[in-house]
Design a protein around this ligand. Structure first.
Ligand code: SF4
Length: 397
């Protein structure tokens, strides 16, 4: 397996252009400088692209680095941030799992003392090639409090739960660093499926998504159905942004039970109307996500209702992801249990027999259960088994 290596010298040598040496305190300072009007067109993206390409170096040297930027000597941003100190603002406190075993979870601390989790999944591994999917968090907890999800149980002190744009992007940097250290030479896919409802942190998520698209990441944003913001996103989304709808139930009644806050805030007709608007504006079908919970929503009756709903609502629908429920404290309080593999397959076959588009069971999400990183399990809890930080010791404090 090839090992990615980088030093500032190689940046200078490989660029073939004169580079300006400057110091940036953190990506937070980059963002704040740009936000206060020092921005020049494209500067922020230049910084971000550079950081992504060399994430391993910057994450490893997070306390002390000089940023080598090809921005030209007159860059106002560089002048404004010169000699202000160095380092990334967030810190990786713990890494659970290992990329060689298929993925893991980073526990990250922000300067505000808020903690967040980022899951990393290795979706493809061939000799010399490794493709990762980074599941980023957009909030420090979640007001949606879906009944199967531990993120809704988190209580963190502080001014607010929304993560700033830089904190979303730094999760990607830390995760890319981990992947690059293992030999990855490709940018990862990024999915907004971690802690929080991304569309309730609209501005920061949109800003981060734009940056990620600009750096070549494939980006999927998952929502429980915040209808007004889906409509807004239809106009604002960067080209190629994928949208996933966490539906989880084919009827309003069942949705009221599983996702009480979201379901009562935005009724199904309202949600699907917004989804159609997004699909029309962006030309792509929305992915439907459906968590399968034993004896709750995994029967033939629900499969038929789901297939009918998709047809009746006339959405393009890129596919249906069936996700076996992963055990959580939140779900246990309601008696939820995972379905059998056989039941999952039966549900999928029923959908297929009814002509529902591209139904796939995501058995792979079960992999993350070992380190409490599977869907619904991001609750800031240490896995029962000790998955120590040996896979990425240098990015942990
Ligand atoms: S499933 Fe998503 S929206 Fe629901 S509580 Fe968990 S993080 Fe929030």
């Amino acid at each position: 397996m090839m090992v990615f290596r980088f030093s500032p010298a190689t940046v200078r040598a490989s660029s073939g252009m004169s580079l300006v040496q400057g110091k940036l305190r953190s990506f937070e300072s980059v963002a704040s400088v740009l936000d206060t009007g020092h921005a020049e067109s494209g500067s922020k993206r230049s910084v971000w692209n550079h950081l992504v390409r060399h994430a391993e170096f910057y994450s490893r040297n997070q306390d002390s680095w000089n940023l080598a930027l090809d921005l030209g000597p007159a860059s106002p941003m560089l002048e404004a941030t010169r000699n202000t100190g160095c380092g990334l603002a967030s810190r990786v406190l713990r890494c659970d799992g290992s990329l060689s075993s298929g993925g893991g979870k980073l526990l990250i601390s922000l300067p505000s003392a808020m903690q967040i989790e980022t899951a990393v999944i290795v979706s493809k591994m061939r000799p010399g090639e490794l493709q990762g999917t980074i599941c980023v968090s957009s909030q420090g907890s979640c007001a949606m409090a879906c009944r199967f999800c531990d993120t809704g149980l988190i209580r963190q002190a502080g001014a607010g739960i929304n993560l700033p744009e830089w904190a979303i992007l730094e999760q990607v940097l830390h995760a890319e660093a981990w992947l690059q250290r293992e030999g990855s030479q490709k940018v990862s896919n990024v999915v907004f499926m971690g802690m929080g409802e991304p569309l309730l942190n609209y501005g920061n998520v949109l800003g981060a998504a734009r940056m990620l698209r600009a750096s070549g990441h494939k980006v999927t944003l998952s929502t429980v159905g915040v209808a007004p913001q889906i409509r807004k996103l239809a106009k604002d989304a960067p080209q190629g942004l994928n949208l996933a709808l966490s539906l989880h139930a084919p009827t309003q009644e069942l949705r009221d039970e599983l996702l009480p806050v979201a379901s009562r805030s935005w009724k199904l007709p309202q949600v699907f109307s917004a989804v159609r608007q997004f699909e029309e504006a962006n030309g792509t079908g929305v992915l439907i996500e459906y968590i399968l919970i034993r004896d709750v929503n995994d029967g033939d009756e629900q499969a038929v209702a789901l297939a009918n709903l998709i047809t009746e609502e006339r959405i393009k629908c890129a596919g249906i992801n069936l996700i076996p429920y992963n055990p959580t404290d939140a779900g246990a309080a309601h008696g939820y249990r995972p379905p059998s593999d056989l039941t999952c397959k039966r549900f999928r076959e029923k959908l297929r027999s009814l002509g529902a588009p591209n139904a796939t069971i995501r058995f792979s999400t079960k992999l993350g259960r070992s380190w409490l990183a599977a869907c619904g399990q991001l609750g800031l809890k240490k896995p029962p088994k000790a998955f120590e930080s040996i896979a990425a010791p240098r990015i942990c404090m």
